[in-house]
Design a protein around this ligand. Structure first.
Ligand code: COA
Ligand code: NAP
Length: 275
């Protein structure tokens, strides 16, 4: 029996559950993190979206304002590899919205490549964006999160590294580092009531990440390897991130919420390997 074909569109949370909260979302101009930003706006938060492309961010912000009545969204271009740009983005958020209570670390880069031919620079690039970029983001936002009094930091990881995935040594190393870092942060920052949790998406359809890692020709074989027999939707990750941002998760920190249909319970081989 496959997962329900009906994608849930209604939230189980009140539409003002994040009223008064401010979220800072890296990668928020596209894909999964754009969905998370929209979901936070729909639940009453003010949101800053951050990535490298100013044009893409401004287009996303305009779409959010058009589709979500009263949406207060700020678009700030910054490269997560540059701490100064992130500090400026965090300050711009506090200047405009007064605070930061929720942080989504979602900016990432990926492509398929075998370890034996991956260049030294290619490996380092993904570590710098995903792992060091996540640390830079958290560190730049920390003074504001501490002041919040009740903050939620969510790292967008993956389930690729829980068993190892061919052609993915670079994100596997980066995401494993992010998971470990969040356990430590949960320990250090519990005293400030800053909760630090991980959401690990599996294969989420209609995303850049999925387009880069899969191949439509092998769609059926991929689905057959997923115990829940279906790909995830962006809304599945939105719901996980909404839960962790609310007081419903006030006693949850250092946790990893895997949203992947138990993708890796079978032996995962990249679809392109099968070509
Ligand atoms: N296969 C192998 N190596 C690759 C590659 C690929 N498909 N794409 C890039 N690289 C290598 C480059 O050749 C370069 O190494 P080299 O100098 O030794 O040749 C290195 O990676 C850095 O590439 P560059 O294009 O300079 O990096 P960037 O910082 O401009 O871009 C990427 C970062 C490569 C991750 C780019 O794909 C990106 O911007 N991705 C964002 C979107 C994304 O990946 N979404 C999915 C999220 S899961
Ligand atoms: P996406 O749309 O390409 O999202 C990646 C975002 O990161 C983009 O908005 C990109 O914007 C931003 N980014 C990349 N490099 C950056 C940098 N140096 N500085 C600042 N921002 C940067 O891909 P997605 O598939 O939705 O992935 C979103 C997150 O989910 C990622 O963390 C990914 O690892 C994770 N994930 C996805 C899947 C999936 O199936 N899609 C599965 C597991 C995990 P700019 O180009 O404008 O910078």
């Amino acid at each position: 029996m496959p997962i329900s074909a009906t994608v849930p569109t209604n939230s189980i949370f009140r539409d003002d559950i994040l009223k008064g909260k401010v979220a800072f979302v890296t990668g928020g101009g596209s894909g999964i993190c754009k969905g998370i930003a929209e979901s936070y706006l729909r639940h009453g938060a003010k949101v800053t979206i951050v990535s490298r492309s100013k044009d893409r961010l401004e287009a996303a912000a305009a779409e959010m304002k058009k589709n979500i009545p009263g949406a207060q969204v700020l678009a700030v271009a910054a490269d997560v590899r540059d701490p100064q740009q992130l500090e400026a983005a965090a300050k711009a958020t506090a200047d405009k919205f007064g605070r930061i209570d929720i942080l989504i670390c979602g900016a990432a880069g990926n492509f398929l490549a075998p370890a034996e031919s991956l260049s030294y620079r290619a490996f380092r690039t993904v570590i710098e964006i995903d792992l060091i970029g996540t640390f830079n983001t958290i560190k730049a936002c920390f003074p504001y999160l501490k002041r919040s009094g009740a903050a939620s930091v969510i790292g967008i990881s993956a389930s690729l590294h829980y068993k190892g995935t061919a052609l993915q040594i670079h994100p596997v190393a980066a995401k494993a580092g992010i998971d470990a870092m969040f356990k430590t942060l949960a320990n250090e920052w519990g005293a400030y009531n800053i909760r630090c949790n991980i959401v690990s998406p599996g294969p989420i359809q209609n995303t850049e990440g999925m387009d880069r890692l899969s191949n439509k020709a092998y769609h059926d074989q991929l689905i057959a390897r997923i115990p829940l027999r279906g790909l995830g939707e962006i809304v599945d990750i939105e719901h996980a991130c909404l839960y962790l941002a609310t007081d419903a998760a006030r006693y949850v920190t250092g946790a990893t919420l895997v949203v992947d249909g138990e993708w890796l319970s079978g032996v995962y081989v990249s679809c392109r390997v099968l070509q």
